[in-house]
Design a protein around this ligand. Structure first.
Ligand SMILES: *Cc1c(COP(=O)(O)O)cnc(C)c1O
Length: 373
């Protein structure tokens, strides 16, 4: 089946009790046991498994081409659970420009807990190879990265991980399953903040871990998920699954908008640089063209001038909303350096744009007037 069909049908069937075409939201925390002690529907207690969570896990696993998935209450706790499934003394290689929250999870929680971590420029394969230690168990890749939109070679990193008995975990939040196929490139696990494109409407926080094999590491991840219970509510699962159904169409439309906006900004005299994988001027454009199916809808721009100039552009927009996050229907604009940690290396004149589903001519007109100052 093709992605558009999987997005709508995977994991879902018409409700056998009522014939409802759309799954009901199962709020019950507990499920009835038969006189013989059996649970004929397979559900016992909602921390362990819930019908709405099962639909979400099966459908996202299917659209990524995995074998199983574990859904969580946030993208951050999905990442934390993979790290918890490792053992103290294990070594992890992570990108130096890893999503800020995931970096904090590593340095503030898991280093004190006993993990060893090296932050490396993943676009430099020699640097990654040099960072590998006998206790290296996991390489984390996030491509394109955020907010510098660097593209790392997933296939090469997967080969490197496997030659050294380690696993490759790909954060596929930014391109989404429609824009990039990490399992086809050799990744072992995929993590998503379903908060972003998968839910797609900026109204639910969630995360998911998808695996290509039900191995010991995934069994530990499942164990931590069900024992600890950092799981999404049935309503959050229902919302995320509702969003998933339109993902292929949203991603294509948002990417088309983004490409036109990137070209407009690239030729604008007030803009120094546009960082977008779809542009020929992107430093890894060739790799991006090979590795990604869609260039995505997230970009960063360096405004000519300093932080004040960038802030002025963000202040001038009307249709774009000044807010963090991405992946929703509304276009967002954000000055990154001022919300990151004090020692951030993000350029002070950088704005990150999340392109939404509005008409692209309206979005370009808004940027056009915002840049005239
Ligand atoms: C948003 C995001 C996360 C964290 O997800 P939350 O749901 O906010 O916890 C992780 N990785 C990437 C790439 C993200 O954009």
């Amino acid at each position: 089946m093709k992605p558009e069909t999987i997005a709508i049908h995977a994991g879902h069937q018409n409700d056998p009790a009522t014939g409802a075409v759309i799954a009901p939201i199962h709020l019950s925390t507990t499920f009835e046991r038969q006189p013989d002690g059996e649970y004929p529907h397979g559900f016992v207690y909602s921390r362990n498994a819930n019908p709405n969570r099962m639909i979400l896990e099966e459908s996202i696993s299917a659209i990524e081409g995995g074998v199983a998935a574990a859904a969580f209450a946030s993208g951050s706790v999905a990442m934390m659970t993979v790290l918890q499934a490792l053992r103290p003394g294990n070594h992890v290689i992570a990108p130096e420009d890893l999503y800020y929250g995931s970096r904090k999870v590593l340095t503030e929680i898991f280093v004190p807990w006993g993990l060893e971590v090296s932050f490396v420029d993943l676009t430099n394969v020699t640097a990654v190879a040099n960072a590998i230690q006998p206790n290296s168990k996991l390489i984390i890749v996030e491509s394109p990265s955020n907010p510098m939109i660097k593209v790392a070679d997933i296939q090469t990193l997967a080969d490197l991980a496997h030659q050294n008995n380690a696993k490759l975990l790909c954060d596929n939040t930014i391109p989404s399953p429609i824009g990039q196929r990490p399992f086809a490139l050799g990744a072992d696990m995929i993590v998503h903040a379903t908060t972003k494109y998968l839910s797609g409407h900026s109204d639910v926080i969630g995360g998911i871990l998808v695996t290509r094999a039900e191995d010991d590491l995934f069994e530990r991840i499942r164990m931590i998920q069900t024992v600890g219970g950092a799981v999404p509510s049935p309503f959050d699962c229902w919302l995320a699954h509702r969003g998933l159904q339109t993902l292929p169409y949203r991603m294509r439309a948002q990417t088309n908008n983004a490409m036109l906006i990137a070209q407009f900004l690239d030729s604008h005299p007030a803009i120094e640089t546009v960082l977008y994988p779809g542009l020929l001027s992107h430093p890894q454009h060739e790799l991006a063209a090979r590795q990604m199916i869609l260039s995505g809808a997230l970009m960063s721009v360096l405004v000519k001038g300093d932080e004040a100039a960038a802030m002025q552009v963000a202040a001038n927009v009307n249709l774009f909303t000044r807010a963090t996050s991405f992946g929703g229907t509304h276009s967002l604009i954000e000055h990154r350096a001022s919300i990151e940690h004090p020692e951030t290396t993000t350029p002070r004149n950088l704005l990150r744009l999340s392109i939404g589903l509005e008409n692209v001519e309206d979005l370009i007109a808004d940027l056009q007037q915002a840049l005239l100052f």
